[in-house]
Write a protein that binds this ligand. Sequence first.
Ligand code: IVH
Length: 662
Amino acid sequence: MAKSVLSEIQELRSSLQEHNYRYHVLDNPTISDAQYDKLFRKLQGLEAKHPEHFDPSSPTQKVGGPPLPSFKKFQHRVPMQSLQNVYNAEEMTAFFDRWQKVVSSFSVMGEPKFDGLAIELIFEKGVFATAATRGDGETGEDVTANVKTIRSVPLKLRPPYPDLLEVRGEVILLKEEFNRINEERAKLGETLFANPRNAAAGTIRQLDPKIAESRRLELFCHGLASSDGTGIQSQRDLFEQFRAWGLKTNPLLRELKSLEEIASFYEEVERKRDALPFEIDGIVLKVNAFRDQRELGFVARSPRWAVAYKFKALEENTRLLNVTFQVGRTGTITPVAELERVEIGGVEVKRAGLHNEDQIRLLDLRIGDVVVVKRAGDVIPDVVSVIVEKRTGKEKPIRFPKTCPACDSPITRMEGEAANRCSNSVCPARLAESLRHFASKRAMNIEGLGDRWVEALMNKGLVRHFSDIYSLTLDDIRTLERQGERSSEKLLSAIEKSKHTTLDRFIYALGIRLVGERTAELLATHFGTIERLLDSSEEELTNVEEVGPTVAESIRNFLSEKHNQREIELLLKKGVKLAKIETHTAGTQFMGLTFVITGTLPALSRTEAEALVRAHGGKVSSSVSKNTSYLVVGADAGSKLDKARELGVKELSEEELMKLTR
Ligand code: IVH
């Protein structure tokens, strides 16, 4: 008998729910995004044809509905409290001493303190019903329509669950997504968000849910309004239960049993802070046993059983001394803030990025202003705002130059773009930047060919094009001032070594506008050889995954220019070898999986191992993250192995990898 439509719909729904759970909670997807989309569209199609089988908790309902006229108020059944903060070991010890007097056997759960926005999620009979902001703790706003679009919030819990569940969590924006949104806003000349928290808050408070849908928010669960009826006895069990229900929890949870362990967890998390994909501003410690929590109770609006142990701020005030202008490799003129030295979170800062002319105008920035500077990760810090109250009247306006600071050619601004560019395609500053990019680690990886060499080689007229690098001789390099024999030899051997590379690195190294590492990889997999890429039409380029008309046009323009064609030809003639990227022909068993390769493998070279993974449908990434499916480990593996073990990423030897491909 043919399967009924309803049972087909139900099977698709539960299969999509399962894949969501594997992706968001277990971090271990078993199908590729494309396969997921296919199932999703199939379900959408069936549901559209059969409206009688509509279900508001179907995975297809995780999309932004129509705009709302306003937000409804929402009264929290149990008020949402806040945490008391401590800022140093002494204050932490005081808390610890108080806890020790009450608890039977000491145990706290340590977790990161997310820099986001507190949210309550309500599930009725296992179905997502309402989400509300904290507001003043008693009354918040009903933001159900926006929270519904968050991919890591399930519309249905995995059973068993109580009739009513009120979950507390934090909505955040990943740093990467925050940067993407700001880059887009910078391009459109819109005001930038000062930080991911503001961006998350601004998104949750948009009346149009389509906006929330387009910005990938995340939600980490960290508490319950009440554990009544759940049978859960401790913070530790709660986190386990969250995962069992299919709710996302943070990856940095640790049970701690002494003040020493608390101190070392604090240090460990602070050390990892920059490398985390989201912003945190401290750790939160919660007495583990709910019985002890009840005993400790509350004071004013905070629990006595929890505390936020905050990190040093990553924002400081300082004075803007001057604004200088840098020329990038595509000719973009970027304003840079020269600041009075200031220490931010243990790092000395004297320069910060200002993005573009519009940003200076939007901040209403003037030389002499006291500004708020924020450091995030290892990227250049940002000027986020001006403290207008500190103005004396002596501040001076900032003039954006009309001509390039390096070559004096006119600066132009294309319509619809926020960037100002030097109009001279052979501007020396652009060339220097292009060379630096070409040689950089993730491009041709010519070790040691940094600022100092680029400048010296350009000044002597030894390098004008990428390909000139491969004609350099030891004598050439020796003629440069202050370059020792040993470092000259080292550079030459690094240049030689860089000749063996892969097509994706090579494409990335060319510095085509709008072609970053990811696009380069997709182009390489699609075309397989540089010749095929050179022959491609604009239309064919748009067929490449994630390549839109603007990017295709930029690639085509680059490849059509005679001097670029000649340059590519020369590079190949001078011995640059591009390992062939196999397109997905050998197998599909690695579809949806991401591999990282580390250390020296016994038989395969790095390039060969990468090609093997790709040939079987897998992705290769250069850094370990929670999205890594396997780490392939060779001899002398370093920090990647440590990180993988920390995240619990599965390890494979070369032999095991090969076995899997058979
Ligand atoms: S537990 C009684 N855990 O910090 C309050 N809160 O200052 C229990 N926050 O409103 C909160 N990360 O928005 C808890 N791991 C975490 C947190 C966290 C961030 C926020 C939360 C709360 C604020 C309190």
